[in-house]
Design a protein around this ligand. Structure first.
Ligand SMILES: [Zn+2]
Length: 237
């Protein structure tokens, strides 16, 4: 049997089956979507250098183009003399298989355990938090120790909401979802707890998006950490 014999029956299939077959053949022939990450380089660049192209080592904006390496534009910094490209100092720099990262990000969206990657991502998450708890006293000490604003809600005194937004119901339902999501890991080491919480928070923040967009956002966020503060801004600020 040659391919023409197989293809002969192709048009007998309903449209949706045709699409599925095409997808299956495509996945078999091109298992690694190498072009994906390359397509994202432009976007990553925009996110990282949204405040101007600044050296990823020292923050100086005094730099110039310095040829290409592996099809990536390189820059040299006149401030510190080091060179960098769009990916330097991002989690996907220095890897020979950048496209594999997309797979990892996909796994994270799907909830596969990869604490190492969560670790990489952790530093990108916003630090703006308010600790919202019930009235157990150990939270108070914790908030003080970490310097986090703290809203205590004393449900036993019939208080369920403070300032209109800090609602114990929200905390409890978030906790329920977190617990359910964490079940798959069968218990995690305390030292990785922050990573899992960051990871879950990312998924919660982006849960209205489809999986592809979540994966995309995760790549962008993780590469974003760059220098929002440039030397110039530092001097004028
Ligand atoms: Zn520099």
């Amino acid at each position: 049997m040659d391919w023409k014999a197989v293809y002969g029956n192709f048009s007998d299939l309903p449209k949706s089956e045709q699409h599925s077959l095409f997808q299956a053949i495509k996945d078999t022939l091109f298992p690694e979507p190498k072009e994906d990450i390359a397509n994202m380089v432009g976007e990553i660049r925009e996110v990282r250098f949204s405040n101007g192209l600044a050296c990823v080592h020292c923050g100086s904006v005094n730099n110039k183009r310095n040829g290409k390496y592996r099809s990536r534009q390189r820059y040299i910094c006149k401030g510190c003399g080091k060179s960098f490209n769009d990916m330097t100092e991002s989690p996907i720099s220095g890897t020979h298989y950048p496209h594999k990262w997309l797979k990892y990000f996909q796994m994270m969206v799907d909830g596969v355990t990869l604490p190492k990657i969560a670790e990489e991502l952790e530093r990108c998450f916003e630090k703006e938090v308010v600790l919202c708890t019930d009235s157990a006293t150990n939270y108070k000490a914790f908030a003080k120790q970490k310097g986090i604003p703290h809203e205590m809600i004393n449900a036993s005194k019939g208080i369920h909401v403070k300032k209109g937004v800090f609602h114990i119901k929200h905390v409890n339902s978030y906790h329920q979802r977190l617990k359910k999501w964490m079940e798959r890991f069968n218990g995690v080491a305390t030292k990785y707890m922050d990573n899992y919480l960051s990871w879950f928070r990312f998924l919660e923040l982006h849960k209205q998006l489809n999986k592809n967009l979540r994966k995309r956002n995760m790549v962008l966020e993780s590469c974003k950490k760059a220098n929002f503060m440039t030397v110039g801004m530092f001097k004028t600020g």
